[in-house]
Design a protein around this ligand. Structure first.
Ligand code: SF4
Length: 353
């Protein structure tokens, strides 16, 4: 079954008048657009601006990204999460350098073939950088399209995405692909808001919106509930000796790959149990201070953490750490901010590191 969006002609003048000034909208450089799109997949626009500028001042082009040492790359991405995305960007940059002489691909198929780039990002890069007539259908645009069409199916189902993407592609004026895509994204981000809060009174296509006419704009889009997250308990220890803190590097694959973190036990322990474990590891801690509970939510996992600051004596700190985990090492506190990429999952305990 095919669906047709209403007349979208009022959208472009609305966008001209209402578009926010965003740094990545001032460029046609596919590299810069790519960086912004990957960052925007995980973070609010206001927060991205700072990361975007810092990242590009250090890595201004594909070559710089391809050649950046991994620890520095992860440090530049610190706070944005989903580190596999920046690793994939580096893989793609290396492909561009080694197979395409450093020139960013200029076709949809060429962009889509790069590691970590899906249909949405390829459409965004090709339309924003090269004005190619491909749709860029992110969560914002899916929501707008579903409401305009009074679409009753789960919008996250692949079949729904296909139908809605086809409807958006058909509505796109072929000579203004970039502006149309930006305008649809902007409408979703600033007017056709999620969680039952669309500002229909400010919408340029208000009169033709099927969900609004049916009084269903608060209920749509339909989203199937995701499977419940797996809960993991952790007891996080900020192990300190003098002005140094114990860290370890996470494995090179899997969750938070290659990032640095404090030691933790994979279970919930109280203060007494922590002291006992440390004593068993070779040294009675000088002080164990509870740092409170914290929670971090990943896509499929939720960490429920309880933290402790542990002051160790200089005479046995190394022994304790080696017995807990051979990969632990002590890093000077004043170097942690500048040199080690730590996941934001540990944000609650960062001030004690
Ligand atoms: Fe969204 Fe309301 Fe505009 Fe419909 S009228 S597209 S629900 S903002």
């Amino acid at each position: 079954m095919s669906f047709q969006l209403p007349d979208m002609a009022p959208l472009l003048p609305w966008y001209e008048k209402n578009a926010r000034d965003l740094p990545w909208r001032e460029t046609r450089d596919p590299y810069r657009i790519w960086v912004s799109e990957i960052m925007l997949q995980q973070t609010r626009v206001e927060a991205v601006i700072r990361y975007y500028e810092r990242f590009l001042s250090r890595l201004p082009d594909v070559r710089a990204l391809a050649e950046c040492p991994e620890d520095e790359l992860l440090k530049l991405w610190e706070g944005l999460g989903y580190y596999s995305r920046v690793r994939n960007m580096q893989k793609a940059a290396r492909v561009i350098m080694s197979e395409q002489g450093g020139t960013f691909p200029t076709t949809f198929a060429g962009v889509l073939a790069l590691p970590g780039i899906g249909e949405y990002t390829a459409g965004a890069i090709c339309s924003f950088a090269f004005d190619l007539p491909y749709p860029a259908v992110d969560g914002n645009v899916l929501r707008v399209a579903a409401r305009l069409l009074n679409f009753e199916e789960d919008i996250l189902a692949p079949a729904s995405k296909k139908v809605l993407t086809a409807a958006v592609a058909a509505a796109q004026p072929k000579d203004s692909a970039a502006v149309f895509n930006q305008a649809m994204i902007e409408l979703g981000a600033t007017v056709c808001l999620p969680n039952g809060a669309p500002r229909c009174e400010a919408c340029p296509v208000w009169g033709d919106c099927a969900a609004r006419r049916a009084g269903r704009e608060q209920e749509l889009p339909v989203r199937k509930k995701p499977a419940p997250r797996k809960i993991e308990e952790r007891t996080v220890l900020i192990l300190r000796v003098e002005d140094r803190v114990a860290l370890r590097k996470r494995p090179e694959t899997g969750l938070l790959a290659g990032l640095f973190e404090p030691f933790s036990f994979s279970e919930a322990l109280d203060k007494k149990a922590v002291a006992e474990r440390l004593t068993a590891a070779g040294g009675f801690p000088l002080r164990v201070t509870p740092l409170g509970d914290a929670k971090h939510i990943f896509t499929h996992i939720e960490w429920r953490m309880t933290g402790f600051e542990v002051i160790l004596g200089a005479e046995n700190a190394e022994t304790v750490c080696k017995n807990l985990d051979k990969s632990l090492f002590f890093a000077p506190r004043d170097e942690i901010d500048g040199q080690y990429a730590l996941p934001s999952a540990y944000r609650a305990y960062r001030a004690f590191m």
